[in-house]
Design a protein around this ligand. Structure first.
Ligand SMILES: [Zn+2]
Ligand SMILES: [Zn+2]
Length: 171
């Protein structure tokens, strides 16, 4: 049984504290200094992966098929507003015709073409029809608000291609 005097205990405690500080400093130093590139590479890799994952998990708004990278929903954007200030949302009219799995005329990757369902009226969109949506662009973010399809918004079809949207403020 070793009995330490009060002074010796303080010395031991101080020594342990110094050792602990050195250990932590060495640990932090090695993490920050030696593995900085590794960690930033890892972080970039993870960010890329999650971005890729988000991209892959995006479903087609018409048929609901989860779209792989490179599979895009065919859209025609009618930019209604002149380019405004960057802090103001820009609004555009969008016609959505579907993804490679459901768009009429496309060769469906899985063999059978998925039916196009209108997100608003839940009806099947005929082959000559499409979904009408508004797209708001605020800085880099795009928000698409589906208004309906050519069936449930029938009668709003303009003559000769020029479409007037006068009810935007009533919604
Ligand atoms: Zn689709
Ligand atoms: Zn509809």
């Amino acid at each position: 049984m070793v009995v330490y005097s009060e002074g010796e205990v303080q010395v031991i405690q101080a020594t342990l504290l110094v050792l602990l500080v050195i250990l932590i400093t060495a640990l932090v130093y090695s993490l920050v200094r030696l593995r900085r590139t590794d960690y930033s590479n890892l972080a970039n890799y993870m960010a890329d992966r999650s971005r890729e994952g988000l991209h892959m998990m995006r479903p087609c708004p018409l048929c609901g098929t989860l779209l792989n990278r490179g599979e895009r929903v065919h859209t025609i954007v009618f930019s209604g507003d002149p380019p405004g200030r960057r802090d103001q949302p820009r609004e555009a009219l969008v016609h959505m015709f579907g993804c490679p799995h459901c768009r009429p005329g496309s060769v469906a990757p899985l063999g059978t073409r998925a039916p196009r369902i209108c997100p608003v009226c839940k009806g099947v969109i005929p082959s000559e029809g499409y979904v009408i949506a508004r797209m708001f662009t605020r800085e880099t973010r795009k928000h698409v608000h589906v208004l309906g399809c050519t069936e449930c918004r029938g009668g709003r079809r303009g003559q000769g291609g020029q479409r007037n949207e006068t009810d935007g403020n009533n919604r």
